[in-house]
Design a protein around this ligand. Structure first.
Ligand code: FES
Length: 190
């Protein structure tokens, strides 16, 4: 399996961050939400690979981070993504009952419910967080889910949290570093 999924709607403009095709102020009037997407290795990441192989397009500005299971998405990953400037965070995993680690995605469901409540207390709209179940065969569904999420984020507008992306380009790099920081636990070689 390739290290990074092939599915990317539009290639990032030259010179942009490898994390997101980051919109720079004044570059375009169109708002492109930045999304951190944590995909389970066994189902959803494979679905994104399938989408790429099938040349199914989905919205750009999505930084895919592969984890071994949706249950491995520590709540701090989500909070850190927002702190680093993501406008939305998507978690995708195997359908309930299909988790390769038995019942870890049920834990994901519980965390998701808790996190939606928690981020709201922090002034972040809970709809900036989304959970999707996508099997390895559901490349089209995953692509549609990502695009739908991005469209919903456009309606919400930029998060504009204090830690804004444009303030420091290194923040984008820091998001990518999540993978490196937790590589051992994630069992994924970055
Ligand atoms: S292995 Fe995919 S959600 Fe657990």
């Amino acid at each position: 399996m390739s290290e990074t999924p092939n599915a990317q709607a539009d290639s990032a403009p030259e010179g942009d961050s490898p994390i997101f095709s980051a919109q720079k102020s004044g570059q375009s009037s169109e708002y492109k939400p930045r999304v951190a997407a944590f995909l389970c290795n066994w189902c959803s990441y494979t679905a994104s690979d399938l989408a790429g192989t099938a040349r199914i397009h989905y919205s750009p500005n999505v930084r895919i981070i592969r984890v071994m299971c949706s249950g491995r998405v520590d709540p701090t990953f989500v909070l850190k993504s927002f702190a680093l400037g993501a406008d939305g965070v998507l978690i995708a995993g195997c359908h309930p009952g299909d988790c390769h680690y038995i019942d870890q995605n049920y834990k994901t469901m519980r965390r998701y419910t808790m996190l939606r409540y928690f981020v709201e207390q922090m002034g972040i709209e809970p709809d900036r967080l989304r959970l999707v179940w996508a099997s390895a065969a559901e490349g089209q569904y995953l692509a549609d889910s990502i695009t739908g999420f991005v469209e919903d984020l456009k309606k919400l507008g930029p998060l504009n949290w204090k830690a804004n992306w444009e303030e420091n380009g290194e923040r984008a790099k820091a998001l990518e570093d999540i993978v490196h920081e937790h590589a051992e636990a994630m069992e994924v070689q970055p």
